[in-house]
Design a protein around this ligand. Structure first.
Ligand SMILES: Nc1nc2c(c(=O)[nH]1)N[C@@H](CN(C=O)c1ccc(C(=O)N[C@@H](CCC(=O)O)C(=O)O)cc1)CN2
Length: 297
């Protein structure tokens, strides 16, 4: 068997085109574009690439760019001030703090300073709680992108056994919650899981976000399973994922490549969340205006 390769770059392009249409409609109706603020602290080269790509994709989709770049030695208060300013700025629909932040800063605490209605990364404690409760809210980008990839390939989720390898706040945990919301049977495996191979071989769908290059080999995969590789590593041979692509493609039914798989979907989901945040805020403002005494008169 040779796996069908799920082309994340193509699915992301289609998603971004839909988002651009929504951004144009928003602008036509409200006279202002949705705005995305990217906050980068320090000069980690990979983070610089990701933020540059996010800003370029946002601009191409008709989303206004509000970027802040802070020195690696910035104090927590400096960052808190920047986030507060962006939170109060009506032109800014969404704010993201690029992760990881330098070690002396508390990333989760800083993320929690982002106002919930501008949390386009879906990473604040409130957004994650809403997701866990199945309530409406902005969802984390990479897990949303994975769901969109699976849907694009018509891989059924309801009743499927999905094994998620990795338990990070960024991917593993919210991934499991989103899958539960789609009626999948979900197992989370992690670095302390015994006999990983036996666990992953049970999966109809295997989502790997372990942060270890080539962790998943052909032996870990049930024939015909869908394998989604969230990992991204810069190796001497170029970019690679958590999945040994060549050998797994001989066993799996579906497989995502690295690059060109989940990564582009993360950015597509971010843009979609940004326009959603703008739409939700505008609708809330309109309904407040309708209830104000001026409109009654
Ligand atoms: N605030 C956040 N920080 C981080 C997130 C996140 O979702 N929010 N995720 C990752 C990194 N990330 C987004 O920031 C990200 C990673 C990879 C890609 C991507 O498009 N990858 C390309 C290859 C690009 C390259 O490196 O040359 C691909 O896989 O094809 C986009 C976004 C950690 N931090």
């Amino acid at each position: 068997m040779t796996a069908a390769i799920i082309d994340g770059a193509a699915v992301a392009r289609a998603s971004r085109a839909r988002t651009a249409g929504r951004a144009a409609a928003f602008r036509a109706r409200h006279g202002v574009a949705p705005g995305l603020a990217t906050v980068l602290v320090g000069d980690d080269p990979a983070s610089e690439v990701y933020v540059r790509n996010k800003r370029r994709a946002a601009t191409e989709a008709g989303i206004a760019d509000f970027h802040r770049h802070l020195d690696a030695r910035s104090a927590p208060d400096d960052l808190a001030g920047v986030i507060a300013d962006l939170g109060a700025d009506h032109r800014v629909s969404g704010i993201l703090l690029q992760l990881p932040v330098p070690q002396h800063l508390d990333g989760p605490a800083l993320v929690d300073l982002i106002p919930p209605d501008k949390d386009v990364d879906g990473l604040t404690t409130l957004s994650q709680g809403l997701l866990a409760r199945g309530l409406p809210g902005l969802r984390p980008c990479t897990p949303s992108g994975v769901i969109e990839l699976l849907d694009s390939a018509d891989v059924g989720l309801a009743g499927a056994h999905v094994v998620v390898v990795g338990r990070s706040e960024l991917v593993g945990k919210p991934m499991a919650q989103l899958l539960l919301g789609r009626d999948a049977t979900v197992t989370i495996a992690h670095s302390r899981t015994r006999n990983l191979e036996a666990v992953t071989r049970e999966a109809d769908i295997l989502v790997v976000a372990a942060g270890r290059p080539a962790l998943i080999t052909a032996r870990h995969v049930k024939p015909g399973a869908a394998v989604i590789d969230v990992g991204i590593h810069r190796t001497s041979h170029g970019l690679a994922g958590d999945v040994a692509f060549d050998e797994v493609s001989a066993v799996a039914g579906y497989l995502t490549p690295v690059p060109g798989g989940v990564g582009p979907m993360t950015i597509a989901a971010l843009l979609s969340n940004t326009v959603s945040a703008a739409e939700i805020r505008a609708a809330a403002t309109e309904s407040t205006d309708r209830r104000s005494p001026h409109h009654v008169l």
